[in-house]
Write a new protein. Structure first.
Length: 143
């Protein structure tokens, strides 16, 4: 059943993957991200029926950057935990220079984060050097 649901999810989301820059920068793995399809008007009735089976999880609702007074890039992440339970996950931010090349740094390590059930969360990450102009973020389940 979960396989069918995942196939439906993939089919609905696939056309929008190339259109969303944030989706390319932030990778929410399936064990972290929300699996519900309730946001899609076509699948909303089906999603409601299957919500207990497929579970719910983390959704990043906003990600934006700005420079601080020292010239370092700051990344602000806002999200919501759709689950009834606390979700624990890890994230890692990698910083990119103007050419899109990875900036080697000791600060790009897995960080722990937990989000209380049915609540929003936010965190901020600061680039280690002023050469950072962009980022990419990955998540994984915190075991």
């Amino acid at each position: 059943m979960k396989t069918i649901t995942n196939i439906l999810l993939f089919a609905v989301v696939l056309p929008f993957i190339g259109c969303n820059e944030q989706a390319q920068q932030i990778h929410l793995r399936s064990e972290v991200a929300s699996d519900n399809l309730a946001n899609n008007i076509v699948t909303r009735p089906v999603a409601f029926a299957f919500s207990a089976l497929i579970g719910e999880g983390i959704e990043v609702t906003e990600a934006f950057t700005k420079r601080d007074k020292a010239g370092l890039l700051e990344l602000y992440i806002n999200g919501i935990n759709h689950s009834q339970f606390t979700k624990k996950f890890q994230y890692r931010v990698e910083w990119l220079d103007q050419d899109g090349q990875l900036i080697q740094t000791k600060t790009s390590v897995w960080q722990r984060m937990s989000a209380m059930g049915k609540s929003s969360f936010s965190f901020k990450v600061v680039a280690p050097r002023p050469e950072a102009v962009n980022f990419r973020m990955d998540t994984r389940k915190w075991e």
